[in-house]
Design a protein around this ligand. Structure first.
Ligand SMILES: Cc1cc2nc3c(=O)[nH]c(=O)nc-3n(C[C@H](O)[C@H](O)[C@H](O)COP(=O)(O)OP(=O)(O)OC[C@H]3O[C@@H](n4cnc5c(N)ncnc54)[C@H](O)[C@@H]3O)c2cc1C
Length: 401
């Protein structure tokens, strides 16, 4: 086995290419990506420094060269032939592989109302440039979708003096990924910053200067950004006959229904120990899965079991969530200086933790909480709630017990 091809040069694909070398693989590694840039990170796109769009590269051309990774830029994979083990590229070439990694990510869900072609997406560097080059102070921007990306964009645009409206189908923003306590706090902060929310509202039409809601009321909008979520990019996998669902289905080793093809990142739905498959859209998930997939592609037998984790920055606030908080979990609140942690217990066992505070202030506690979660401990809720009790001490006493 000496030829590995990776399709998709985002976080997962690029990390996997380097992880193959770190695992000692000396065969050929080809990384094909459809974007016209060196691989770059998406999170900084919605967190621009000094208002300017950032292109934060994952690696430079020299690093790719030094690692012996052939990077095929601005070229799309059009078709996989799993029997012949080759991939047809948009530049006319065909790449033969022994093992293939699909890291095709996700693409924005599109609005379907009249005028939807006027709405801008927000997924790529090109999208970010197109949004930020158009907005000017005093303009009205309508953001359709009050999820993480829409709310991060709202915060950035308010700082630029733009009038921002967020239109959301659900009755509250951030309902999908963020625990209700912190979703409420972030919502309140946005309102205090002047963001106007239209909640529980469907879209009727997008015109030149407004978003018309389902009840025909008009939200003034010089620019409309659609941030209604993403769909896993499963096109190639599906056409190749791989098993797909809400993503490219893999086993716990990140292997697809074809034993020579793996998948990682936003496109992958990974088998769970309790049954079913889970897809997770986050930067760290993409990296973690890429590393495990790379090691398994070169003979490893590693189960993917990283604790889900993500962060978001809005205004001067940073939120981090580790694990999967559920409404049925027992919640324990720990106040912090300028912030708060919430722990989630299931039958006494710590299964998730979230924190909201200034800047990066909750990072250390969430890191410790992740270690506690991984250790499978059942801490005393009173100790969890007490800011005077060091989380490290809880780990020590649980281990001793
Ligand atoms: C604006 C923004 C802000 C974000 N902020 C955060 C954050 O704060 N915290 C967090 O945890 N996560 C954040 N995320 C999510 C995070 O960036 C993604 O989860 C991560 O990038 C997923 O990596 P990936 O490699 O799986 O997919 P992607 O980054 O989508 O990369 C997939 C790549 O594959 C390419 N591709 C697809 N099909 C083909 C083909 N046929 N041939 C060749 N190439 C192909 C695509 O063009 C793309 O470049 C953010 C995302 C966005 C868009």
């Amino acid at each position: 086995m000496d030829r590995i091809v990776i399709i998709g040069a985002g976080e997962a694909g690029t990390r996997a290419a380097f992880a193959l070398r770190e695992a000692g693989f000396i065969g050929s590694v080809t990384l094909a990506g459809s974007e016209p840039h060196l691989p770059y990170e998406r999170p900084p796109l919605s967190k621009p420094l000094d208002g300017a769009v950032q292109m934060k590269q994952i690696c430079g051309a020299e690093a790719l060269q030094a690692a012996g990774i052939e990077y095929v830029q601005d070229v799309s994979a059009l078709k996989i032939d799993p029997n012949a083990r080759c991939v047809a590229l948009s530049d006319g070439r065909t790449l033969a592989y022994d093992t293939l990694l699909l890291a095709t990510g996700a693409r924005p869900r599109r609005l379907k109302c009249p005028g939807s072609e006027r709405a801008l997406d927000f997924r790529t560097f090109g999208d970010a440039e197109s949004i930020f080059s158009r907005v000017e102070p005093g303009q009205n921007v309508g953001i359709v979708g009050g999820g993480l990306i829409g709310m991060e964009l709202a915060a950035v645009l308010r700082a630029k003096g733009v009038t921002v409206s967020v239109i959301e189908m659900a009755l509250k923003p951030l309902g999908r990924a963020v625990p209700p306590r912190f979703a409420g706090k972030l919502h309140a902060r946005h309102e205090a910053e002047g963001v106007v929310f239209y909640l529980g509202q469907g879209i009727g039409e997008i015109t030149d200067d407004a978003v018309l809601l389902a009840d025909r009321s008009a939200v003034p909008a010089d620019i409309v950004v659609s941030a209604i979520g993403v769909l896993p990019d499963i096109t190639l996998a599906e056409a190749a006959g791989l098993t797909v669902g809400n993503g490219i289905l893999t086993d716990s080793f990140l292997r697809t229904s074809d034993p020579n093809i793996f998948a990682a990142g936003d496109c992958a739905a990974v088998a769970q120990p309790g049954g079913g498959h889970m897809r997770f859209e986050s930067w760290r998930n993409a990296r973690n899965q890429a590393e495990v997939a790379a090691r398994n592609m070169v003979g490893g037998k590693e189960l993917f079991g990283a604790i889900p984790w993500f962060w978001t920055d809005q205004y001067d606030l940073g939120l981090q969530v580790a694990g999967l908080p559920q409404p049925v979990h027992q919640s324990v609140i720990r106040p912090l200086d300028g912030g708060e942690l919430e722990f989630y217990l299931d039958g006494g066992r710590l299964v998730a933790a979230a924190g909201l505070g200034l800047g990066n202030s909750v990072a250390k506690d969430i890191k410790l909480a992740e270690i506690l979660i991984a250790a499978g401990i059942s801490p005393d809720p009173a100790a969890l709630a007490d800011p005077g009790v060091n989380l490290k001490a809880l780990l020590k006493s649980a281990r001793a017990a």
